[in-house]
Design a protein around this ligand. Structure first.
Ligand code: HEC
Length: 149
């Protein structure tokens, strides 16, 4: 009898240890699945029209240019290309010479710079480059309107 008892107790311990390791492995698998999903969702979460991530991209521009120096190309890439390279939200595309020619003819470079600084319709003020000075914006507008020529 004592022998039977101890071996069945031993079996119970083994079975529960086995169950515990199965549950443990299962939860590990579930965790890494969640991490994988989060990882794959990340790029989608980072895309935005007028959210914080975009504002952060604008703020990062001068840093990308280094030591507070302003770089037209780096700032264009960080702040303006998101909309103007793709034409997102109806933005005139940087490579659309006709669109820029029409806007220049209608408003002049000053008008375009003023609208870029203050924002117009879906065009956010300063293209969301919060660290850009008026002069920086003027340089960016010059750049964006002449790329297709
Ligand atoms: C969130 C998207 C977005 C970003 C970022 C953005 N733009 Fe625009 N931009 C637009 C849209 C949309 C228009 C068209 C607005 C309209 O005329 O209705 C526009 C129009 C313009 C115009 C023409 C304005 C006019 O009066 O015709 C200029 C110049 C311009 N953007 C410059 C820039 C510059 C420079 C940057 C970067 C510093 C920038 N944009 C960033 C969306 C954007």
């Amino acid at each position: 009898m004592p022998v039977f008892n101890s071996s069945s107790a031993f079996r119970v311990v083994r079975i529960s240890a086995l169950l515990a390791s199965v549950v443990f492995a299962g939860s590990l698998a579930a965790q890494s699945r969640e991490e994988l999903v989060a990882e794959r969702l990340k790029p989608i979460g980072e895309v935005c029209l007028a959210g914080e991530a975009c504002a952060a991209a604008g703020l990062a521009a001068p840093a990308a240019a280094g030591a507070g120096e302003f770089s037209v190309e780096a700032t264009y890439t960080a702040s303006c290309s998101m909309c103007h390279a793709s034409g997102m939200a109806g933005a005139p595309r940087t490579d659309d010479a006709a669109a820029w020619a029409a806007r220049l003819a209608e408003k002049g470079i000053e008008g375009l710079v003023a609208n870029a600084i203050n924002g117009v319709n879906a065009m956010p003020a300063r293209g969301m480059c919060m660290t850009c000075s008026d002069e920086n914006i003027a340089a960016l507008v010059e750049y964006i309107t002449t790329q297709a020529q």
